[in-house]
Every structure is written in structure tokens, then in C-alpha cells.
Ligand binder design. Sequence first.
Ligand code: SF4
Length: 210
Amino acid sequence: MKHLGTNVDLTSKDEDKKSERKAWVNCFEIKGVLPCFTTPGYIRIVAQADNLLDEIISILALKYPPGKVEYFEELNELTLKIHNRLINLFPSGKITMTNTKDLDEARTVLEEIKNMINEAYIDFLKYGKPKSEDLQAIKHLTWLNLYKYLPRTNCGACGYATCMAFTMNVLQGNAKLSQCAPLRDQKYSANVEEIKKILGPYLLQSLGWK
Ligand code: SF4
């Protein structure tokens, strides 16, 4: 089992070791298939990762827009609301998934989760462990907090008729913050700095600011 320590050495010239470290999880094994509670004929599954998820869960929580996650800090458990289903991740490496058509679909979604976990690990290597404020931002970020730093001209350049509609779609993960091209104007540079402050590096990335 690997742990996120302070002694991660990314300067190694050993390419094999580097790529091994980048894969926090290599696979999930499906341990149980049960009938879905909500959709007749569908299944829910229980799977197990080949590594603990205890130290990666909070980073994974920040990989998704706030509208798609519920992070329970006290338990260090995460619920993802993606692909029209609930996916729960536990520190032990257990993962459960509802509303799934069949095992092929389950494997496809598990592969996606695995890739996100491994991206979260790369984020850890880049930014370090998230601060408590970063995690609090998921809970406390409202559309109004973000909206007030946008240009609020309702110009439509982002593809949404109003800045308010755009903000809500950003928080739901349907739009990327970088779609607001006017925000890059020099006159909004102080707003961008405020946005960076309230979001932190992780959320800034998950909301699509580049
Ligand atoms: S591009 Fe920016 S300023 Fe224009 S409507 Fe969208 S969010 Fe508002």
C-alpha cells in the first residue's frame, strides 16, 4: 500500500519508477453485483481498489465541480454524482456504484474513476496536499460567490445568455470558467485574483480555469 508522504522523489531518472508512482490505483476488482434500488433491471456494484484510497479521497473530491460531489470530511468518504448515478468511495479502497446497466458499463465507469484517482495523485505531486480551506471551498462555494467576480455584462460570449446561468453551469460542471473570455481582460485582473483566492488551485482547475 502506498502513502502520500513528503519523500516523493519526482527527480528520479528511473522512468519505470516514475510511471509506477503516477498510478495510485492500477485496477478495481468487482466484488459484488446486486439489484439496483431505483431502476428495475439495472444493477449496483461493489468493487475494491488494489490500493487504499484514504489519502487520495480528499484530492479526488476537488477534481470535480462542487455540484457533482459530496465530501464527508469526518468520515473521509466521497459521493460522486456523475453519469446519472451515485458512486461512493471509501478510505479502505471500496467503491460502490448504483444505477448501472451491466458489468461492461460498470467497468467503463470504474476505468474512468481509476484515471481520475491517478490524475488526483499527479495533482498531489504538483500542488501538495489540499489545505483545509480548499476542502471547505467545496461546501461553501455558492453561485453568488463566483458570480460577483464575473464581468456581469450578460454579453453571451460564453454561450450562455446571462452571467448567472453561466455561473450555475460552471458549478454543475457543464461549462468551464475559461469560457468567459472577457474575464481575461486586464480590467478584471483583480477579480481573477479574488477568484483564485476563493477557489484555491484544485477547484480552480476543476472549474476549468486555464
Ligand atoms: S462571457 Fe462572461 S461576461 Fe459574458 S455572459 Fe458569459 S459570463 Fe457573463
